[in-house]
Design a protein around this ligand. Structure first.
Ligand code: IPE
Ligand code: IPE
Ligand code: MG
Length: 252
């Protein structure tokens, strides 16, 4: 499906965001605060994922994108990285059946080639098993980086169109890893940091940004509703004036 690009046209907007993208940050600090090992925070973070996926589906959000592991997270201590990898596998093993039954379509996006072949295989199977679902598309970004995404798209585009120059935004868009989704309406980062950390750089061009101090393991349906309420207060101008936005609202 082709989606409107926020820079080429003014996209349609609605009270409930169609696409919510979240940087799930603060697992380690959640655990440290409780004198627990950091990995306990990651485990607890999985519970939050479960409840937020369901809460999003209930609210009619069509796309939920979660940043699970960045291309820079390999810099962490080897034991934390390996625990995270095992956690991904366990989650895939335990949760995919439930997702399939609950109408969730799962997509795993990122440079998967760096993962254990077993994990790659499980991810591919999980995608296949849930491919026909349409209640909510859940994208998990793993070994994902916004710059990686743009560069892999550029490389593929150039390979497909040898001898071409002066490419357009429209030509690049289908090669981006999440070409199947509209651009995020609402971006949420938990854990208090106010930065993008190489998440969806291209796609966040006109997303509304929401930052909360709440650590990811504590982020629940109520916290999600606060983020949505904040989103609903925003005037999405996409470069236009406020008067133009109001005129358009009156006309529709
Ligand atoms: C986010 O929580 C999860 C991953 C990056 C995998 P952190 O592990 O970054 O938690 P903090 O930021 O150290 O508290
Ligand atoms: C961003 O969190 C990545 C994920 C949540 C997966 P980080 O904790 O890695 O980000 P920085 O290092 O604080 O920017
Ligand atoms: Mg962090």
């Amino acid at each position: 499906m082709k989606h409107q690009s926020s820079t080429l046209a003014v996209p349609e907007t609605s009270a409930v965001p169609r696409h919510v993208a979240i940087i799930m940050d603060g697992n380690g600090r959640w655990a440290t605060k409780r004198f627990l090992p950091r990995v306990a925070g990651h485990a607890k973070g999985v519970d939050a994922v479960r409840s937020i996926v369901e809460a999003c589906a209930e609210r009619g959000i069509e796309f939920l994108t979660l940043f699970a592991f960045s291309s820079e997270n390999w810099r962490r201590p080897a034991d934390e990285v390996s625990v995270l990898m095992r956690l991904f596998m366990t989650v895939l093993e335990r949760e995919v059946g439930k997702m399939a039954a609950n109408g969730i379509r799962l997509k795993i996006v990122g440079d998967m080639s760096r993962f254990d072949p077993k994990l790659q295989e499980m991810a591919a199977k999980a995608e296949a098993q849930t491919a026909a679902n349409s209640r909510l598309t859940l994208t998990v970004c793993a070994n994902y980086g916004g710059r990686w995404d743009v560069m892999q798209a550029v490389s593929k585009m150039i390979k497909d169109k040898p001898g071409h120059a002066d490419f357009t935004e429209e030509e690049l868009a289908p090669y981006l890893a999440m070409a199947y989704a509209p651009e995020p309406d609402l971006f949420i980062r938990t854990g208090g940091e106010q930065r993008i950390s190489n998440f969806l750089l291209w796609q966040l061009a006109y997303s509304e940004l929401y930052f909360t101090e709440t650590f990811w393991p504590d982020f629940d349906a109520k916290a999600l509703d606060l983020a949505i309420a904040s989103y609903q207060q925003r005037e999405r101008r996409f470069g236009r004036t406020s008067a133009q936005v109001l005129d358009q609202k009156k006309a529709s």
